[in-house]
Design a protein. Structure first.
Length: 523
C-alpha cells in the first residue's frame, strides 16, 4: 500500500518518521536541557539559552525538505559509536548532577550527546544524512556558556574600556568624570561599570542570533563571520551609549533615578542591537537553496518504534540510576558553616541588585557595626552558596585582590592571617591593607570556606578533585561561604589585627550541620 499524501505534501510515512525522530531527539537531549536550565535561570548572560532548542527545531523543520534520501546505514562502527557515546553520556550526567555549574563538563556532555545523535542518524539513515544534519546538531552548542578563560578576561577588558571611554564622553559634555578602575565618579556620586554593562551579555546573545541568521539566510562562513563581527561592534557601541546615558542621568538627577533606568536602558540597547543585526542579515544576499536529492532509496533501515522504546528505556535507566545514586545518602562529616551572632548594635547593609546578580549566591547579608569604645565602624558580609564550586566564580572574581583595585584602591601590603579555632580545626582569614582612591587606609579580611569539609576552600587543583569527591560522596553541589570584613582607620598593623579578631568573634559564629551554634576550641 502506498503512503497517503496530505495537503502539505507530506505522506503518512513522512509524518511517522518525523514523529520517531522528534521522540528520539527529546530522549537524547532532555537530560542535557534539564540540567542546562539551571544555567539559563541563574546566569543573566545565558538567558538566551532558552531560545536555542526551539530555534534549532525550527531550523531543522525547514531543512528537512532538502535532506538526502535515507540509506541503509547499519554498520558495526556506527552502532559501537552510539553505545560508547551513551556510556560516556551516562557518566557525564552522573558527574553533572553533583556539579550543576561546571562549564567544561557542560561542553563535554553536550558534545557527547551530539556524537550520539549523529551516530543514531548514521545507524538508521546512512552517512549522507548524518553529514547533512551535522551542522544543525552543532548549533545546539550555542546554549552553552562561553569558557571561563575567554569570558572573564573579555569581560574585564570591555568593562574597563567602557568606563574610560564613557568618562571622556561625559566630561566633554560638561560633567567632569573620573575613572577609578571600573568605577566612574561624577559630582553626584559613583557608578560601577559591572560585568552586565561591559557588553559581554549582549555579545553572547548577539553571537547566538548571528549564527542562526547566517544559517537561516545561508550566508556562508565569510558573510556569517562578517555578520557576527558587525553584531559585536553594534553591541559594544550600544553598551557604551547606555553607559554614557546612565552617567549623565547620575550627574543630572542622582543615583536613584540612574538605578531606576538601569535595566530599561539595557533592554532598549539589546533590542536595538538585535533589530540592527536582523536588518544587516536581511540586506545581505541569500545563499542558494540546497539541491534536493534525486538519489533513489536503497533499502533504508526502517525506523521501528520498538527501537525507539529501547532508546527511551536506556535514557530512563540512566536517569533512574543517577537518582538512585544520589538518593543513597550523603557521607556525613564535621560540617561547620557560619551565621551572624545575635547582636542589637548592628544595622543591615544594603546589597545592590547588580552585586547579587554578579555573585550568584544562594543567600547573603551585609551588616554595619557602629563603632564602640575601641573598634572602628565595621562593614561585614556573609554569603552562602549551596550549589557547585564553579558557581563561586563570582566569589573568586570578587576577591579583594581583584575587586578593590578595579575601583581605584591600591594594595599596600599583606598582613598575617587572622586565625580562629573551630571544632576539629581552624579558619584563617586573609588580611590585606589597601589605600583607597581618596587616600584612606582600609583593612580587609576575607576567606572562602568549605562548610561540608570544615576547612578553607582551596581554589587550586584541589577544587577539581572536590568535584569528583562530591560524586563519590553522593551529594549534589557544595556548601560554601564567603566571609568579608572591612574597616578604615589610621593605626598600626598590630592594632588592626587585634580589632579584626575582636570584630570577627563578635559578628560571626560557626554553626553545625543542623544550624546549631558549635562550641569553639579554647572557649
Amino acid at each position: 500500500m502506498m503512503p497517503t499524501p496530505n495537503r502539505g505534501g507530506e505522506t503518512s510515512s513522512d509524518w511517522s518518521r518525523m514523529g520517531w525522530w522528534g521522540a528520539a531527539i527529546l530522549a537524547l537531549w532532555l537530560p542535557v536541557w534539564w540540567r542546562l536550565k539551571d544555567v539559563w535561570m541563574v546566569d543573566p548572560e545565558m538567558r538566551h539559552g532558552w531560545l536555542v532548542p526551539p530555534l534549532v527545531a525550527y531550523y531543522a523543520w525547514e531543512r528537512r525538505k532538502f535532506a538526502p534520501i535515507a540509506q541503509d546505514g547499519r554498520q558495526p562502527i556506527g552502532i559501537g559509536l552510539l553505545v560508547i557515546a551513551l556510556l560516556l553520556g551516562a557518566g557525564g550526567l552522573l558527574v553533572w548532577e553533583a556539579n550543576p555549574m561546571w562549564p567544561l563538563l557542560m561542553g563535554v556532555v553536550t558534545g557527547v550527546m551530539g556524537v550520539a545523535t549523529l551516530a543514531l542518524i548514521r545507524v538508521t539513515e546512512g552517512g549522507a544524512r548524518m553529514r547533512f544534519w551535522a551542522g544543525t546538531v552543532v548549533l545546539l552548542g550555542l546554549a552553552l556558556p562561553w569558557p571561563t578563560m575567554v569570558q572573564q578576561p573579555l569581560t574585564m577588558h570591555l568593562a574597563t574600556m567602557n568606563a574610560h571611554v564613557a568618562a571622556e564622553v561625559v566630561s566633554a559634555m560638561g560633567h567632569p568624570a573620573a575613572v577609578h578602575g571600573r568605577v566612574i565618579e561624577v559630582a553626584e556620586g559613583f557608578a560601577g561599570v559591572e560585568e552586565a554593562c561591559s557588553g559581554i551579555r549582549s555579545l553572547q546573545t548577539v553571537t547566538m542570533v548571528a549564527v542562526f541568521l547566517a544559517a537561516f539566510f545561508r550566508l556562508g562562513w565569510r558573510r556569517g563571520t562578517a555578520l557576527i563581527l558587525a553584531g559585536w561592534a553594534v553591541a559594544i557601541i550600544g553598551n557604551l551609549v547606555r553607559t554614557c546615558y546612565l552617567i549623565l542621568v547620575l550627574a543630572q538627577e542622582g543615583t536613584e533615578q540612574m538605578n531606576a533606568l538601569h535595566d530599561a536602558a539595557g533592554n532598549v540597547v539589546l533590542g536595538a542591537t538585535l533589530a540592527i543585526m536582523s536588518l544587516i542579515a536581511w540586506s545581505l544576499p541569500e545563499g542558494a537553496l540546497p539541491q534536493k536529492s534525486t538519489a533513489k532509496p536503497s533499502g533504508a533501515h526502517p525506523l521501528r518504534w520498538g527501537a525507539l522504546a529501547g532508546l527511551v528505556g536506556v535514557v530512563a535507566t540512566i536517569e533512574g540510576s543517577i537518582l538512585t545514586w544520589y538518593a543513597g545518602g550523603e557521607r556525613q562529616t564535621a560540617r561547620v558553616g557560619w551565621t551572624w551572632a545575635e547582636r542589637e548594635d548592628w544595622t543591615a547593609a544594603v546589597i545592590t541588585e547588580s552585586a547579587r546578580e554578579m555573585l550568584g549566591y544562594t543567600s547573603g547579608q551585609g551588616r554595619y557595626w557602629a563603632r564602640d569604645e575601641d573598634l572602628p565602624s565595621v562593614l561585614a558580609f556573609l554569603f552562602h552558596w549551596d550549589g557547585d564550586m564553579s558557581q563561586l566564580g563570582g566569589a573568586a572574581l570578587h576577591d579583594p585582590l581583584v575587586c578593590l583595585p578595579s575601583i581605584g584602591s591600591t594594595l599596600a601590603g599583606h598582613l598575617p592571617g587572622l586565625r580562629r579555632e573551630i571544632p576539629d580545626g581552624e579558619i584563617e582569614l586573609q588580611t590585606f591593607k589597601f589605600r583607597t582612591a581618596n587616600g584612606r587606609t582600609q583593612y580587609v579580611f576575607f576567606q572562602v570556606w568549605d562548610a561540608f569539609n570544615a576547612r578553607v576552600w582551596d581554589s587550586g587543583d584541589d577544587a577539581n578533585w572536590n568535584r569528583w569527591q562530591r560524586v563519590m560522596d553522593r551529594r549534589r553541589g557544595a556548601d560554601t561561604y564567603q566571609i568579608v570584613m572591612v574597616f578604615e582607620g589610621e593605626m598600626s598593623e598590630t592594632r588592626a589585627l587585634e580589632l579584626g579578631e575582636k570584630a570577627f568573634r563578635s559578628i560571626m559564629m560557626p554553626v553545625g550541620a543542623e544550624g546549631d551554634q558549635v562550641v569553639e576550641n579554647g572557649t
